[in-house]
Design a protein around this ligand. Sequence first.
Ligand SMILES: [Zn+2]
Length: 310
Amino acid sequence: MRRLAMLFLALAAPLALLAGVLLANRLLGTRSGDNAYALRFELPVAEGQIGLPQVEGPLDPTRPLVVIDAGHGGHDPGAGSAPGPGGSGGDLHEKDVTLALAKALRDRLLAGGGVRVALTRSDDRYLALEERSGIARRLRADLFISIHADSADDGHASGATVYTLSDKGSTQEASRIATSENHADTINGVALRDTSNSVSAILVDLAQRQSAAASAQFAGLIVREGAGRMGFRDHPLQSAAFVVLKSPDMPSVLFEAGYISNPGDAARLTSPDGQRTFAETVALAIRVYFGRAVAGGAVPSAAGSPGGVR
Ligand SMILES: [Zn+2]
């Protein structure tokens, strides 16, 4: 009998937790929109963690924090590092393009004030994919954007694409690009671990659904603000299984800013004018995103005064 009672208690505790979580989700989730609350929990951290980058902007820690990730770096040049069969690529390396774009976006956000910003890397160094989102999670970022540029053998493909996380690619091309970007981790022999094993699958699932909705909202804002200013592909909103987007509780997008194998895109991505347009567009989308989030009570307002405190 006593054993039965203990068994009952052992089963009842997790069930009560589950019921509580589901009830909270229902009450909070339907009351004031997708971003009304945030679930945060600690995931197991890797041994030998790398140091955290500097957070720039207002000293007020309640201001929203954007972590900008310049894709690739160090021994991983990314796309366009070698001439392809059709003569594409060459001297332009994706890792340099992404770093320039990341810095332009950071500068634009800091100039507008009200938002805190950190770069996963500010020089030519290699970071494993998990380290990139890991840095953002350890800083408790409110938004994570990973910047990339693609390359195609024929040189004709052009335009930007905004990706959110999905198990399956929304198109074959989306799957191909995700496979290509994820390859950055296998070249260094870094094993990708499933960090969700030791965490309650229910909490992870809840947080993931909320993050997915917020990520999709932000991705849509980039395309909306960039319409007519930046070249997008025909279907610019895509999803695929990018490792760097797999944080369960942090809205994340991967922005393939264009094709460096395309002369027009390459000029846009490397010229001061093109980089300014990129930075203005994405910064505006970030401000609108945080403006909506604050309306839902999730994060403080990012609408700082012009030239606010840095
Ligand atoms: Zn890339």
